[in-house]
Design a protein around this ligand. Structure first.
Ligand SMILES: [Zn+2]
Length: 114
């Protein structure tokens, strides 16, 4: 796994409008705005694990086609991220992060188009 400070090769103009701080592509992590916190890297590592069996392209297609699958994958990635925050930063920060992650997931589940 490598970390690149640029957009992944498959990024579209739409992706760039969303301004993700980090994303993964084919087993590597891309941070277009420069270095990100270690807990964000943990989140992306979890996604990389998730698509080891089915492969990146199939996983991405499934995420786009099946919102429940996408939400499930995100909950697992945020869980890994929270675990990292809890052990390496602190419980208070983990509790604060739970709220912002939950808000993000609620937004994801309410959006009609990906
Ligand atoms: Zn994610």
């Amino acid at each position: 796994m490598k970390i690149f400070f640029k957009w992944p090769p498959n990024a579209t103009e739409e992706d760039k409008k969303l301004k993700d701080v980090a994303t993964s592509y084919e087993g590597d992590i891309y941070c277009p705005d420069g270095p990100v916190r270690d807990d964000v890297i943990e989140h992306e590592k979890e996604h990389i694990e998730q698509y080891q069996t089915m492969g990146y392209e199939k996983w991405l297609e499934k995420c786009k086609a099946d919102r429940d699958f996408l939400i499930d994958q995100e909950i697992k990635a945020y869980t890994a991220q929270l675990r990292y925050i809890q052990f390496h930063v602190g419980m208070r920060e983990a509790k604060e992060s739970i709220i912002s992650f939950a808000k993000f997931l609620i937004c994801q589940s309410e959006v009609n188009q990906w």
